[in-house]
Design a protein around this ligand. Structure first.
Ligand code: G3P
Length: 223
């Protein structure tokens, strides 16, 4: 499973990149709105940090506007994947962009039928929003499992990009469900390695080692 980071913050992206396990970046208009600077400059800077796909979302809502914006976003850098919402206008834009060779990450997916439509339109990625479904009392992970099954049934190459993840447990469940990509908020990425027994175990190993070394360095007993 690939790991993307879900942020537009350059410091957070640099930190994640330094971990050595980062495969790409997803952004959205809400994440962008938290940053200083111009959209194009931020996307270009992200592409300079990470060697992988960088999702840049359109904000137009009509097909023609989305297509024009998608072309502009794709021209920013070869790593850019254009993010388009799965609306009726969006579907037409997804099809037109995919036919044109522009890679599309289809966003705001909350149902299996939306994912099926996106795949038929040629999407490169589908982004089901797990946490937001959980927030409504539904089972977001069940949607990942269902989409995986449908795509496998028909050999769709659209990659399942699990989004709106809120916890390390979500990450494990995505991996078990066969998601191709998990896009992680920085705090969730940071928590993946953490385990109290690792910390306690390391402390005990080092204490035992120091105690052993101290016995070697102590003065010999004079009889
Ligand atoms: O980038 C899309 C998605 O990951 C948003 O997550 O936490 O705003 O539901 P969230």
């Amino acid at each position: 499973m690939k790991f993307f980071i879900d942020t537009a913050n350059l410091d957070e992206i640099r930190e994640a990149q330094a971990m050595g396990v980062l495969d790409g970046v997803t952004t959205n208009p809400s994440l962008m709105s938290q940053e200083e600077g111009e959209f194009e400059d931020i996307i270009r800077a992200i592409c300079g940090i990470v060697d992988g796909p960088v999702s840049a979302e359109v904000v137009s809502t009509d097909t023609e506007g989305m297509i024009a914006e998608a072309r502009r976003n794709a021209a920013i850098h070869e790593q850019v994947v254009v993010k388009i919402p799965i609306t009726p206008d969006g579907l037409k834009a997804i099809k037109a962009c995919s036919d044109d060779g522009i890679r599309v990450n289809v966003t705001l997916c909350f149902s299996a039928n939306q994912a099926l439509m996106a795949a038929k339109a040629g999407a490169t990625y589908i982004s089901p929003f797990i946490g937001r479904l959980d927030d409504l009392g539904q089972d977001g992970m069940e949607l990942i499992q269902t989409i995986r099954q449908i795509y496998d049934n028909y050999g769709f190459e659209t990659q399942v990009l699990a989004a709106s993840l809120r916890s390390p447990k979500h990450v494990v469940e995505c991996a078990l469900a066969g998601a191709d990509v998990a896009t992680l908020p920085p705090d969730v990425l940071g928590k993946l390695l953490a385990h109290p027994l690792t910390d306690i175990g390391l402390e005990r190993f080092l204490n035992d080692w120091r105690a052993w070394q101290a016995t070697k360095n102590s003065d010999p007993v004079v009889v």
